[in-house]
Design a protein around this ligand. Sequence first.
Ligand code: ZN
Length: 82
Amino acid sequence: MRLADDLACTEFVELVTEYWEGALAERDRERFEEHLAFCDWCRIYLSQMQTTLRVSGRLYENDLDPETADHLLEVFRDWKQE
Ligand SMILES: [Zn+2]
């Protein structure tokens, strides 16, 4: 069951960097975390992204490398299609 104001996974992906930057409004952050609580895909995505960013040393940079972001989005899409 999905609530009307539920985040879609694509929205979640778009909000990840803002979430890390603390740039999300409180309401958006709550929706983000609610989505994370029930969506296995996004939990995997988030942990994968955190690992990648930690390895590349970019976790605490505000600007995510666009190539890295694109790559992760592709990986994410592949997972969704399985
Ligand atoms: Zn999701």
